[in-house]
Design a protein around this ligand. Sequence first.
Ligand code: NAD
Ligand code: IPM
Ligand code: MN
Length: 350
Amino acid sequence: MSATIAVLPGDYIGPEIMQAGLAVLAAAAATTDFTYSLKTYPFGGAAIDATGEPLPEATLKGAQAADAILLAAIGGPKWDAAPQRPEAGLLAIRKALGLFANIRPTQVLPALVPRSPLKAELVNGTDFVIVRELIGGIYFGQPRELAADHAIDTMVYQASEIQRILQAGFELAQTRRHHVTVVDKANVLATSKLWRRITEKVAAAYPDVTVDFEYVDAASMKIIQQPTHFDVIITENLFGDILSDEAATITGSLGTIPSESRGISGPSLYEPIHGSAPDIAGTGQADPLSMINSITLMLRNSFQATATAAKIDQALAATLAAGIMTPDLGGSATTDSMTQAIIERIKAAD
Ligand code: NAD
Ligand code: IPM
Ligand code: MN
């Protein structure tokens, strides 16, 4: 059966890295038995320009009907003052599809160890996953108000929302090194206190998984000081947003890290964790690795296309090992030359 993939290129570097990722996918699929069809939809700022809305009905319907969704990145200065921002479309699609679990892996490939801002002895062997709650907390809580003399955001969590994200994280830990760290601010926040109570209950069902708790301030330090300490970090929406950009940086660049956003059923959405990088759009400097890694995550998790994903992984690792990388990692390759180098290695391995 052929896979249907909804493609949302988005804004600024979004279309550049999407094109790169899809070229790599096409090359890897041609050497294996993975068959698929693509349907492209406007989303984010591009959709505001085309239709007036960041998430047009046809885009949402197309995404819902697909087997998986690929998103590059949205947003940027062009729409910062727009009545509806591109970011509103991103929050809306996550909510509409019930994508509560956002999986953000931080892995440092051997070829990238020298590119990390951290010392090699600290970063060697780093391999952890941030499981970020994605459709609750302060991003969505009511009341929300912006007035001239005050503003309100509300962090709300239902016990059921906490339970399901914890379960997703514990299940993931069972497939890895059996260690969960719940990151919170339980010394101050009521929502964090509830997270701790529910963690105690959920943890009882996973006796093979050890759990510890860290306050978010201390955890942000430990991610830098001892990144190998972590296996699975489970945390609420805003903390997960912040910690995942921090974690990405220790791999050498924010431009390498993919993510999967998963619901109870229906298609998952795969996207880089970074944004549309308006500062480098159109210069050929965008690192395509985050998009390519999002595609391999999709191949494995939505389509069990392990052989196709492995081809891409091997070609990517070989490209980096040959010192070919974009400027964010200290190299001089362009988006296009990096992509071609990976494709050459996919073809050579065939
Ligand atoms: P950003 O993640 O776009 O960029 C931060 C820094 O990282 C920039 O210096 C950028 O050049 C660099 N960078 C990011 N991706 C890169 C890549 N693939 N290759 C090389 N360098 C890369 O964050 P920002 O500048 O704060 O936000 C820009 C816009 O993106 C904003 O509108 C923001 O809301 C939006 N945004 C969208 C998403 C998304 O689509 N999921 C995520 C984050 C931010
Ligand atoms: C991300 C982004 C989004 C978020 C923004 C653009 C709404 O930063 O995907 O990490 O905060 O979730
Ligand atoms: Mn973010």
